[in-house]
Write a protein that binds this ligand. Structure first.
Ligand code: AHR
Length: 330
């Protein structure tokens, strides 16, 4: 009898050990991981959706503790936040850099402390690529190209019949000065337009990715160029929506007298397209939370991450707005 009990105990021990061996990941997944995330701010609907994606996804991972910091559009605040994450000894630092340059010293501090850094949404400009492990987000140059390609392919069909094709005057609302999306979208847009010399950018200024600044700068463009303006290229939807208001106040019809191309594909852009006031939006997805925390889990489990994780995105012209709007998540 005693022998039988011993045999059963042995069998149970072997079974438990076996289960633990089959599920080695449960150990890694249970280990607490502290992630410090420095967000730029809340300048646009895109950014608000990005923050929501990060915070809500973190809650789905019971082993992740998220320390979230809002820099209110200031690089100095992001640097302070990163230094504070280093001082707290977090396991991983992730951030969306407001501008491209000026990060090397603080990233070197993170490296010295042995804390891996993930770039989310925007890249940094540094000579030392060992300062970050992966960069996840959109291809901003490609977004600029997509905006320009759509414009050259569709302008003639959509333009006000009084307008000529000899010279097409474009005004450009750039994003935050020195930011990766502002630099790259401009580059991609201009790269395509170089092949179409009748499409000319006559004014280009930053609207800082905000609706209010977009309106203000568009008012100045209208004051200077008035009815000469044929096209508005907005580096994001929020600025384009602000500009739509300025165009209406000036007495012109947005989407008809001035063709409007913008980037992000937030719900507000679809609403504007349904009203016929915006012609196309190029998608830039802010839903980076799932990718980010998967990368964090993989990194902490010792897996190698790809250096670049590019988000898949589309282009949504006015004609598909009604069908697509109900499916939009941001
Ligand atoms: O980095 C992504 C850009 O930042 C979005 O296009 C813009 O809306 C945001 O503020």
């Amino acid at each position: 009898m005693r022998k039988l009990v011993m045999m059963n105990v042995l069998l149970i021990v072997v079974l438990i050990f076996g289960v633990l061996m089959i599920c080695p990941t449960s150990d890694a997944a249970d280990k607490e991981i502290v992630v410090g995330f420095s967000q730029i701010g809340a300048e646009s609907a895109w950014r608000v959706a990005n923050t929501e994606s990060i915070i809500s996804e973190a809650k789905k991972h019971p082993n992740i503790v998220l320390k979230f910091s809002d820099a209110q559009q200031k690089q100095e605040n992001q640097i302070k936040a990163i230094r504070s994450f280093i001082a707290q000894g977090v396991d991983v630092i992730a951030f969306s850099p407001v501008v491209e340059t000026g990060w090397t010293p603080v990233l070197k501090e993170a490296k010295r402390a042995g804390i891996p850094v993930i770039l989310s949404d925007r890249a940094v400009d540094t000579d030392d690529d060992s300062l970050w492990v992966t960069f996840m987000g959109s291809d901003f140059v490609e977004e600029g190209r997509r905006a320009a390609n759509w414009l050259v392919e569709n302008y003639e069909r959509l333009k006000n019949p009084d307008k000529s094709m000899d010279v097409i005057n474009i005004v450009e609302l750039q994003g935050t000065v020195g930011s990766a999306p502002a630099i790259d979208r401009k580059d991609g847009f201009e790269e395509v337009l170089a092949k179409y010399p009748n499409f000319k950018i006559i004014k280009s200024q930053s609207g800082d990715f905000t609706r209010s600044k977009g309106k203000e700068v568009m008012e100045a463009f209208l004051k200077a160029e008035g009815k000469k303006i044929d096209v508005l290229f907005g580096h994001n939807d929020d600025m384009a929506i602000g500009a739509i208001q300025a165009i209406e106040e000036y007495g012109l019809k947005p989407g008809k007298d001035i063709i409007i191309v913008s980037i992000d594909a937030v719900r507000g852009a679809f609403e504007a397209m349904l009203e016929g006031k915006l012609n196309v939006t190029v998608e830039c997805s802010p839903l980076l939370g799932p990718q980010l925390f998967q990368a964090v889990q993989d990194l902490m489990a010792g897996k190698e991450l790809p250096r670049r994780i590019v988000t898949e995105e589309g282009v949504f012209p006015q004609e598909v707005a009604a069908e697509v709007l109900p499916t939009r998540k941001y």
